[in-house]
Design a protein around this ligand. Structure first.
Ligand code: KIV
Length: 251
């Protein structure tokens, strides 16, 4: 735990950007660690990326435990961050119990959506480092109906700034800012002592996180507008499969 706090403190102080990508399975996590990633996130994006649901609201704690265990087997140096899925943070006691289950499955730290101050406080007090998550919150999709950039109005910007302050005061070690206007993300990054990790929130955060399949072009049917894939893995993947089919048919 001390090492994790030190990593985040040093990254912020020395302006070393934090790198993070999602992984939900052993081979992906192993490739990420061997490439030198700082933080592997077993996100509840699992629901969409791996399980084929339209959003993250179907993901359960059992799903998360299963995938955290797989990722744990691959990692020895990168930090394993695991999401608390929807319905696991409704009370303080439930949030602590859920976090302990993810820790037992192999998570080094947990992430939870929203300014859940009492929950953050209690999870940290239970000895589990926390990453807070503000801005666009996927778990609210059924209420908000669309994925929208946050911080566009002065009221929204002010609320985000106050929430960032509050999660820091509650003991969060870092803060993910998802789909926050770059200006507000930059303001928060300067205002708080903990590192901010942005996704679709501009270049000024202390680190960046992406869903790995968006980065490597493995899901061409869904591309968030803020991601430019570094490679198009879907095409050679499908080519290999169709070559194999042809070869097998001709045996
Ligand atoms: O679940 C996830 O992959 C996430 C990232 C989008 C930050 O929370």
């Amino acid at each position: 735990m001390a090492e994790i706090h030190e990593f985040f403190r040093n990254s912020k102080q020395s302006h070393q950007k934090i790198t993070s990508l999602t992984a939900y399975d052993y081979p992906t996590a192993r490739l990420l660690e061997e490439a030198g990633i700082d933080l592997v996130l077993v996100g509840d994006s699992l629901g969409m990326v791996v399980l084929g649901h339209p959003d993250t609201t179907q993901v359960t704690l059992d799903h998360m435990v299963h995938h955290v265990q797989a990722v744990r087997r691959a990692l020895s140096s990168s930090i394993l961050l695991a999401d608390l899925p929807i319905g696991t943070t409704d009370t303080v006691a439930q949030a602590v119990e859920s976090s302990l289950r993810l820790q037992a499955a192999g998570a080094d730290m947990i992430k939870l959506e929203g300014p859940l101050i009492s929950q953050i406080h209690a999870i940290v007090a239970a000895g589990i480092p926390v990453v807070a998550h503000l801005g666009m919150l996927c778990q609210r999709i059924l209420i908000e109906k669309k994925y929208e950039i946050k911080g566009k109005t002065p009221e929204q910007a002010e609320r985000l700034i106050q929430e960032a302050d509050a999660v820091q005061a509650a003991g969060a070690s870092a803060l993910v800012l998802e789909l926050v206007t770059p200006l507000v993300a930059e303001h928060i990054t300067r205002a708080v002592k903990i590192p901010t990790i942005g996704i679709g929130s501009g270049p000024h955060c202390d680190g960046q996180v992406l869903v790995v399949s968006d980065l490597v072009g493995l899901q061409p049917w869904f591309r968030p507008s803020f991601v430019i894939p570094k490679v198009d893995l879907a095409t050679p993947f499908q080519q290999a499969v169709s070559d194999y089919i042809k070869e097998t048919k001709n045996l």
